[in-house]
Design a protein around this ligand. Sequence first.
Ligand SMILES: C[S@@+](CC[C@H](N)C(=O)[O-])C[C@H]1O[C@@H](n2cnc3c(N)ncnc32)[C@H](O)[C@@H]1O
Length: 180
Amino acid sequence: MVKEVIKRVPLLGDMARWIYGTLKTKQEPFPGSAEYWEKRYSTGGGSGVGSYAFFAEFKADVLNRFVSTHHVQTVIEFGCGDGNQLSLAKYPTYLGFDVSSTVLSKCRELFKSDPQKSFRLMSEFAGETADLALSLDVIYHLVEDNVFAQYMQTLFRAAIDTRSSTPAIPTTIAAMRGRT
Ligand SMILES: C[S@@+](CC[C@H](N)C(=O)[O-])C[C@H]1O[C@@H](n2cnc3c(N)ncnc32)[C@H](O)[C@@H]1O
């Protein structure tokens, strides 16, 4: 009886149907951040709204100006994404890493005529460094603490110029010291 009354009230009825539908829909368990992105890319998804249109142009504008002003020669990025953001970049040389082999294949195809760009899996990171190490719209996607810590360590290591007077490459985030 109450159900029938609620159904007939225009806004209330719609809202009740929406709440019921949402609660009824089974939430798939989160597979983990790396698996999430691989699945997303392999089923035709992209890097998301931050990598397109206004946001991409804004990010590219800031970064291209930074690279030019500071005479940055080498750029390394962790979580390079589907290449749309990168297509707006003006970097002399670029090395992009990601956890998704699908998106890396896409990037290799997209930039096959540009010998200054290369792409690798995160698991293949071998201590490369660059003038500029980038992380764009990635860290809030790293929901697992251990993945976040590992990622930050890699990012900071890649930004440290081992030719400088920095005493040692830090081995853990808590022990980080590179103050030059
Ligand atoms: C929102 S997209 C951003 C892509 C690109 N940086 C941009 O600004 O267009 C996030 C990217 O981070 C990657 N990613 C997720 N976890 C990662 C991890 N642990 N290490 C490196 N990349 C990761 C995803 O595969 C995805 O390509």
